[in-house]
Design a protein around this ligand. Structure first.
Ligand code: R5P
Length: 295
C-alpha cells in the first residue's frame, strides 16, 4: 500500500479538461456492458445527461419520517414527476403501483437504526440480486461509512454488490454517509466519493459542499447530490442549481421534495434546474407560479 503520510498535496484537478468521451453519454461508463448502459439510460436522461431521483428510503433506519407516514399517499402521486424512485424493496412493493413507469433504485443496505447513538457502525448487503432483478431494479444503492467504524463492512457490501451488479448489468450507486465521525468538508467528500468510485460504484451520491467542482472532477463517474434536511424551497433550488453548475449529474432528493407543502410543484421546479437549464431564481419563480395556479 502506498505511503499515505507526507505526500504532495492534491491540487491540480484540471478543471478545464473535460472527462474523456468514451462513446457513451454517462461519464466514465463507456466501457461497460449493453445491459448496464441500458439501465443507466433509464436513470440519466440521454437528452440532458442528468437525473431527478426521488429518495424515500429514510424509513429503513428512521421509521416513519415526516412526510413518509403513508408512502402510498405522499410518494405514489409523485412518481410520475421523478425519473427514478429510490426506496427499499418493502416500501416499493407495498406502496408504489407496479404500473409506475419509472426507473427503480433499490436501497440495498441495512444499517443501525436511530435507536443507536452511532448510526455508522456497520452496514450489510440487504437483498439478494435475484430479488433486485425480480423488482426490475435499474440500480442498487449501497451506503458507505468512510472514516467511521462501519467503513470496512460497508465497503465489503459495496464490493460484493459491484461484483453481482456487473454479473447482471445492474449499476451500483455508492452513497457517502454522513454521521458523527464524518466531517462535511470538501476534503472528506473528495476522499469518500473517490474511494467508492475506485471500488466500482457506477454512480456516487454525496452532499453538496464548497469547491464541489473539484469533487466532481476527481470522481471518474457521475455524482448526484442528496438534498439533506428540509430547506426553504428557494434555498434547496439554489443548492441544486449550484451543484449542477459544478458538474453534478442531478439530484437524489428526498425531504426537500416530499416535505414541501407543494411536493409536486417542488419536484417539477427541481426538474427545471436539472433538465431544462433554469437557474435557481427562474426555477423558484416557476415554483411560485405553479403553487398559485394549484390553489
Ligand atoms: C442517504 O443515505 C439516504 O439515501 C437517505 O435516506 C436519503 O439520501 C435522504 O435524502 P434527503 O437527504 O434528500 O432527504
Amino acid at each position: 500500500m502506498a505511503d499515505a503520510v507526507g505526500n504532495k498535496a492534491v491540487k491540480d484537478f484540471h478543471l478545464d479538461v473535460p472527462a474523456p468521451d468514451q462513446g457513451f453519454f454517462v461519464k466514465g461508463l463507456g466501457n461497460t456492458d449493453w445491459g448496464l448502459k441500458n439501465r443507466l439510460s433509464r436513470i440519466f436522461s440521454p437528452k440532458s445527461g442528468r437525473t431527478v431521483m426521488l429518495a424515500f428510503d429514510h424509513g429503513y433506519f428512521m421509521g416513519s419520517t415526516a412526510g413518509l407516514e403513508r408512502i402510498d399517499v405522499s410518494i405514489a402521486p409523485l412518481a410520475d414527476h421523478a425519473d427514478v424512485l429510490m426506496g427499499t424493496r418493502g416500501a416499493i412493493r407495498s406502496c408504489i403501483p407496479p404500473t409506475a413507469d419509472r426507473a427503480i433504485c433499490l436501497r440495498a443496505t441495512h444499517d443501525n437504526s436511530v435507536l443507536f447513538d452511532d448510526l455508522s457502525q456497520g452496514s450489510g448487503f440487504a437483498l439478494d440480486m435475484e430479488d433486485a432483478i425480480r423488482m426490475n431494479a435499474s440500480a442498487l444503492a449501497i451506503q458507505c461509512f468512510i472514516g467511521a467504524k462501519g467503513e470496512r463492512d460497508s465497503l465489503e457490501a459495496l464490493c460484493r454488490a459491484v461484483d453481482q451488479g456487473n454479473r447482471y448489468g445492474i449499476p451500483i450507486m455508492g452513497v457517502t454517509a454522513v454521521g458523527k465521525e464524518m466531517a462535511r468538508t470538501t476534503k472528506y467528500f473528495l476522499l469518500a466519493t473517490r474511494i467508492l468510485a475506485e471500488q466500482g460504484a457506477s454512480i456516487i451520491k454525496t452532499y453538496f459542499c464548497e469547491d464541489f467542482e473539484k469533487v466532481v472532477a476527481a470522481c471518474p463517474v457521475p455524482i448526484v447530490i442528496a438534498g439533506g434536511k428540509k430547506l426553504p424551497e428557494d434555498e434547496a433550488l439554489t443548492m441544486a442549481y449550484q451543484a449542477v453548475q459544478s458538474g453534478a449529474c442531478g439530484v437524489d432528493m428526498g425531504r426537500n421534495i416530499f416535505q414541501s407543502e407543494y411536493p409536486i410543484e417542488m419536484c417539477e421546479a427541481v426538474r427545471k434546474v436539472v433538465h431544462e437549464g433554469f437557474n435557481d431564481k427562474e426555477a423558484f419563480e416557476f415554483f411560485q407560479e405553479a403553487t398559485k395556479a394549484g390553489k
